[in-house]
Design a protein around this ligand. Structure first.
Ligand code: HEM
Length: 93
């Protein structure tokens, strides 16, 4: 059964890929998994748009829908002048 972390990782590898097929002009963020453990997913949000607050809210809302609550922290993590935010999703037990 796919869990919440599987879903989060699928946004970059599947969901936004399909969005781009339907809307070639879409400007989508990239998500890069830094590390994944049973109870903790560290993932970088990379976008020139700086919409990390939207990403935060979507992560939060999805975790509720999956009934897998997480504590979310975010920290600026700019690399090579590209705006990036490192999210840590830690399962709330
Ligand atoms: C946890 C789930 C998701 C997260 C965290 C996420 C994150 C984001 C963020 C932050 C943006 C704003 C653009 C940017 O920051 O560069 C965005 C744009 C967008 N996303 Fe997602 N997304 C998620 C799921 C989805 C799903 C399920 C769909 C569609 C089935 C989708 C379709 C889109 C579309 C259409 C845009 C607008 C692109 C544009 O304005 O050109 N996303 N997403």
């Amino acid at each position: 059964m796919p869990d919440f972390f599987d879903f989060v990782e699928s946004v970059d590898s599947h969901i936004h890929v399909e969005v781009l097929k339907l809307y070639p002009d879409a400007e989508l963020p990239r998500f890069h998994t830094v590390s994944r453990e049973q109870d903790r997913l560290v993932i970088d949000y990379v976008s020139s748009r700086g919409m990390e607050n939207l990403a935060f809210g979507l992560f939060h809302g999805c975790s509720t829908i999956f009934d897998e609550p997480v504590h979310i922290t975010a920290a600026a993590h700019d690399e090579a002048e590209v705006k990036s935010v490192r999210f840590t999703l830690a399962r709330a037990s």
